[in-house]
Design a protein around this ligand. Structure first.
Ligand SMILES: [Zn+2]
Length: 362
């Protein structure tokens, strides 16, 4: 299996800093939420569980699939919460309109009907490939891209009452008892989809309220997750993939707009070496046949083996923790660091990343 699992030094819990429901400034030190003891919960005595919250079917394939596959393989229970049914997704794979394919000769309205019927099956197949033990649909409607007409639908996710939506997620958290909760970044300027923004909002509040008995007393016994992570596509990864594809094919799908997207690399606290699990991303993306063009270099420009050579990591930002976090110049190599030793992945890591623009300037 893996070589030399490194134990990340964790800061001791700073009891004097325990402030329930404290929000973290971006880039600030990890601030403790309510302590585990306060909740009467000992996370390490329980079955290990990681719960990841996504907006639409296919988000689970593009963000964190190799990491979740790795945890599933080690026996950690993996739970996917998908907030919407992806009803506003367009057909992204034009081949499915060719003769003999399911979308051949359909009107746009008919396409939409077929799409609504097939997307649950695509999600189920993606989840099977990644290894999710449970998929929970939160039950909202896709809000569509920013400023699209679907934004006005009263059943859309971004219009949902915030406390009500948080209550739905808290109900799932209290039942499944995940020590690790994963959600989207607080800074979504790069892709400001209303549903993705809402995923972030409800997840942060659910992390704070799941262990608070004054919230949602009807939603089951309280449970305080220990860590909250944000998904992030590092700029380092984008640049390395960009260069590898230029070298290999002479072209890259990363244009100026992509390369100009803001970097969060200096906030990355956690890097998992998941090079041997990249099949989970590829397989899960292909399972979303209506949403992902299998010839699209954006997704498939490098093979799994090539990508594993170029950038075998998935990167994470530790946003909340009741069990401390890595020192400023260190990175974690396991989402369960401080809770349990779970992964036996290679730990070779370039360490903390810096913003490439700042690195170039200095
Ligand atoms: Zn999405």
């Amino acid at each position: 299996m893996a070589t030399g699992v490194r134990r990340v030094e964790h800061r001791p819990i700073r009891a004097s800093n325990v402030t329930p429901h404290t929000l973290l400034d971006p880039g600030a030190d990890v601030v403790l939420g309510s302590s585990v003891d306060d909740m009467g919960v000992e996370a390490t005595s329980e079955e290990l569980c990681v719960l990841t919250v996504h907006a639409h079917p296919d988000d689970e394939a593009s963000k964190g699939a190799p990491t979740l596959a790795a945890y599933h393989e080690t026996g950690v229970r993996t739970v996917l919460v998908c907030c919407t049914g992806g009803e506003e997704g367009d057909l992204q794979n034009p081949r499915l309109r060719e003769a003999g394919q399911p979308f051949h000769g359909l009107t746009p309205e008919q396409e939409r009907d077929v799409m609504a019927r097939v997307r649950p099956g695509e999600l189920a197949e993606s989840a099977r490939i990644i290894g999710f033990d449970e998929v929970v649909m939160l039950g909202y409607r896709d809000s569509g891209m920013l400023d699209s007409p679907a934004n006005d639908d009263p059943t859309s996710f971004h219009r949902a009452d915030l406390d009500e939506a948080v209550g739905r997620l808290v109900t799932v958290i209290r039942r499944t008892r995940p020590q690790v909760l994963i959600t989207y970044n607080d800074d979504q300027r790069g892709y400001p989809h209303p549903d993705h923004v809402k995923v972030h909002e409800i997840s942060v509040l659910a992390f704070e309220r799941a262990g608070d008995p004054t919230w949602y007393p009807w939603a089951g016994p309280v449970f305080q997750p220990s860590k909250l992570y944000y998904t992030v596509w590092s700029k380092a990864r984008m640049l390395l993939v960009h260069e590898a594809m230029l070298a290999r094919t002479g072209s890259s799908p990363f244009d100026e707009k992509w390369l100009a997207r803001p970097s969060h690399d200096e906030r990355i606290t956690t890097r998992l070496h998941v090079g041997k699990y990249l099949w989970a991303r590829t397989g899960a993306l292909r399972a979303h046949a209506t949403q992902v063009d299998p010839t699209e270099p954006w997704w498939f420009g490098l093979s799994d083996d090539e990508l594993a050579e170029v950038y075998p990591y998935e990167d994470w930002i530790l946003a909340r923790s009741t069990v401390g976090g890595p020192a400023d110049d260190d990175v974690e190599t396991d989402l369960f660091a401080g809770i349990a030793d779970v992964l036996e992945l290679p730990v070779e890591s370039p360490g903390r990343l810096v913003d490439p623009s700042q690195a170039a300037a200095s």
